[in-house]
Design a protein around this ligand. Structure first.
Ligand code: C5P
Length: 396
């Protein structure tokens, strides 16, 4: 997450979640941002200007006159927590305190992380304000669900600071995929042998989730179809969870219509049990043979549809990476394959980093070893750059 040299005004409004704001400041600064904090009067009852001055390393403005300077200084304005009252003020263009005046006076992008009681959140008045703000280009983050300070349980909790901080870079990402729909598969699939055993692979889902996060940050409407993983899906992405290759196939077929780009990053099991045992198989003979049957190739099926999106696949290889990748590109009739050498332990399967060769019909593009999020950015930039075969680029 890179916020290097970004100047962010963090507005804090009155709500119990304000106690998390110092942590948010710390995370934004760790990502490289310079942070200046503005508190509303009610926020000061939950968290003190002095503690925010300490964590931000910047003075907290006391006078209403500073709003114009701060409005100009800001590369982005983030309000977290944003109370129901704050959303109403912003929706109606009020300017009777430093924070609301600053939002009215800035040309920087504005992001809000709402936090309130579940009934206040679901109230028509609040939802209408949220829609109005969204229609004006304000980035309204989702709320989390769970136990609330007031004792209720439901939607309205502020997102955790780490999730808010992870969303801020999207304010600066070039909106190369605005208006595009992207479907991504990720993670492993898992095929039952019997009720307690299965066949799977070490895919962590990290590459597919990074692509989903980055595509969303670049403005796409993203649908993620994931096998079982230990990681959380990115926010503001519609996620569906499946277990087997057949379930993944069905989910993809349900969602493929109208997609502009299909990225198959999942490590789909090539075979499944012909007939999984209904009861646990008892240990007896020294050897055992499993009767397996081939799974449908999801990517190939999509790539051979008459009305198909641009199709991108992955090729995890242990030898002849480029030759095998090229062969897969042609065999599946896809536009680009991202090939990697999974014999190297520090890249690919379950690693934090990846190193890829992007293979198209006419080009080879190397992505040097870097984080999976940076790889995702480069892959999506190549896709948007139309370096990929033009035959199916009508969408871009
Ligand atoms: O043929 P192979 O499994 O090596 O191809 C890998 C690529 O094909 C990946 O993009 C993977 O997501 C996709 N694939 C698929 N359905 C399968 C097998 C692979 O979509 N059954």
């Amino acid at each position: 997450m890179n916020l290097e040299n970004k100047q962010i005004v963090l507005g804090i409004t009155g709500g119990i979640a304000a106690y998390k704001a110092p942590n948010l400041v710390r995370l934004l600064r760790t990502a490289g941002a310079q942070v200046r904090v503005v508190l509303t009067e009610t926020a000061k009852q939950f968290v003190t200007p002095l503690s925010l001055q300490a964590v931000s390393g910047e003075p907290v403005p006391e006078t209403a006159m500073e709003h114009i300077d701060l409005a100009r200084w800001a590369d982005a304005v983030l309000i977290a927590p944003a109370s129901a009252h704050c959303l109403a003020r912003l929706a109606h263009g009020l300017a009777d305190d430093v924070l609301s005046a600053l939002v009215l006076a800035t040309q920087a992008p504005v992001m809000v992380a709402p936090a309130m009681n579940r009934i206040m959140w679901q109230q028509d008045a609040t939802q209408t304000n949220v829609s109005l703000l969204r229609s004006r280009g304000v980035h309204v983050l989702p709320v989390a669900e769970g136990a609330q300070a007031c004792g209720d349980i439901g939607p309205g909790r502020m997102l955790e600071p780490a999730d808010i901080a992870a969303s801020v870079p999207s304010l600066f990402a070039p909106q190369l995929l605005a208006g595009k729909r992207v479907l991504i598969t990720a993670g492993p699939t898992l095929e039952a042998i019997d009720p307690v055993r299965f066949i799977s692979n070490p895919s962590s889902g990290k590459m597919g989730y990074a692509l989903a996060q980055m595509a969303q940050q670049m403005g796409a409407e993203v649908t993620l179809i994931s096998g079982p993983t230990a990681i959380s899906p990115p926010m503001q992405v519609t996620s569906h969870f499946v277990t087997t290759a057949l379930e993944m196939y069905d989910k993809v077929m349900t969602h493929i219509a109208g997609q502009d780009i299909f990225i198959a990053a999942a490590a789909v099991g090539d075979y499944r049990m012909k007939a999984p045992a209904g009861e646990k198989i008892k240990k007896s003979a020294d050897t055992m043979t499993l009767d397996l049957i081939k799974n449908p190739d999801i990517l190939k099926t999509v790539a051979n549809m008459p009305q198909r999106p641009m199709c991108i696949g992955f090729a995890a290889e242990t030898q002849d990476v480029i030759a095998n990748g090229k062969q897969k590109l042609l065999a599946k009739n896809i536009d680009m394959i991202c090939a990697n050498d999974v014999s190297q332990k520090d890249i690919g399967f379950d690693a934090e980093d990846n190193q890829l060769t992007l293979i198209t019909k006419n080009d080879l593009i190397e992505i040097k070893k870097t984080s999976k999020l940076s790889c995702a950015k480069e892959i999506l930039e190549v896709i948007c750059d139309s370096k990929v075969s033009a035959s199916d680029l009508s969408c871009l």
